[in-house]
Write a protein that binds this ligand. Structure first.
Ligand code: UDP
Length: 332
């Protein structure tokens, strides 16, 4: 029996596949390679290139492979882009979830671990944010993920598809040996953008707003290491296999860093100057997002290993220095 990782060629997906294989699981990967990279997928995983909105394609994979549980990463995930192209987000994210759940039901696969997000909370009612707090997204990306959470809940009730929704806060870092890492084109996330400036690939960091209601005026986020996040998915699969109840868990570090603090930490870690300039706010950005993730620690027994932001940035830096053009060197 295998774990199916949908979106296993993406940033978080590829790190999860890597950890699953390290722990001895049999892994099947589906990815349409729209944003993922074939070279990011561990060579011991069975790989199928295709789109999960294509029911025929999904049927072929589910017929051929013995799927025990699904981990679902495949989705568009950029807040800024979603504000400009909301329908792309609803089509791909919600459409993909519908056909995946239908296929799981048809093939009697009853467990799914799903990438949800802090963006489902919108502008939070309190900090830190708890899983039971109101979910009122401020952008179409968060809206699509909230709809996906709700769809799984109903599919669970009607068809017994048990789920864990993992609400990620800000994911960063890379496998410490620098062999896999974050490679988005275009890159919009803070830490890789800062490191691209450090490498001289961009002239400067644009700080999106310094007039927020935070200590230094810049947005505050809760950063979690991608390998810790990958391990949480494996714990969630095991939790469901052991009869755990369907549930949602925040995954964060419970510590907030402002954009300026991240910039400063990156200057220390890389030893580079990293020029920066304040720019207008980016639409759709909440002021502060910090997770209460005690539930994941208590119930899933999740124990993140990277609790120092410098270590998180250092592993990302290892990847960027080794692969300044991302996966391009292994793709051409
Ligand atoms: N940010 C920034 N400049 C950049 C990229 C991001 O100031 O070039 C800020 C952004 O406004 C947000 C924080 O960094 O407050 C984290 O943004 P990111 O896109 O990494 O993640 P998000 O919180 O949107 O998921």
């Amino acid at each position: 029996m295998s774990i199916l990782v949908v979106g296993g060629a993406g940033y978080i997906g590829s790190h999860t596949v890597d950890r699953l294989i390290e722990k001895g699981y049999s892994v099947v990967v589906i990815d349409n390679l729209s944003t993922g990279h074939r070279a990011a997928v561990h060579d011991q995983a069975a790989f199928y290139e295709g789109d999960i909105r294509d029911q025929e394609f999904l049927n072929t994979v589910f017929k051929k492979e013995q799927i025990d549980s699904v981990i679902h990463f495949a989705a568009n995930s950029l807040v800024g882009e979603s504000m400009e192209k909301p329908l792309k987000y609803f089509d791909n994210n919600i459409g993909g979830m519908i056909s995946l759940l239908k296929t799981m039901h048809d093939f009697h696969v009853g467990r799914i671990v799903f990438s949800s997000t802090a963006a489902t909370y919108g502008e939070p009612e309190r900090i830190p944010i708890h899983e039971t707090d109101a979910q009122v997204p401020t952008n179409p990306y968060g809206e699509s993920k909230l709809a996906m959470e709700k769809m799984i809940r109903w599919a669970d009730q009607a068809h017994g598809i048990h789920f864990v929704a993992l609400r990620y806060f800000n994911v960063a870092g890379a496998k410490p040996d620098g062999s896999i890492g974050e490679d988005h084109k275009p890159e919009t996330h803070l830490i890789p953008v800062v490191l691209q400036v450090a490498l001289g690939q961009r002239p400067q960091l644009k700080i999106f707003g310094d007039d927020y209601d935070t200590p230094d005026g810049t947005n505050v986020r809760d950063y979690v290491h991608v390998v810790d996040l990958a391990d949480a998915h494996i714990l969630a699969v095991e939790y469901l296999k052991n009869g755990g109840k369907s549930s949602a868990f925040n995954l964060g570090s419970a510590t907030g860093f402002s954009v300026k603090q991240i910039l400063e930490a990156a200057r220390q870690t890389t030893g580079e100057k990293i020029p920066a300039q304040v720019a207008p706010r980016r639409a759709g950005d909440p002021t502060t997002l910090i997770a209460a993730s005690d539930r994941a620690r208590e119930i899933l027994h999740w124990q993140p290993k990277y609790d120092d932001i410098h270590d998180i940035i250092q592993t990302a830096w290892n990847w960027h220095v080794k692969h300044p053009q991302g996966y391009q060197d292994r793709e051409s």
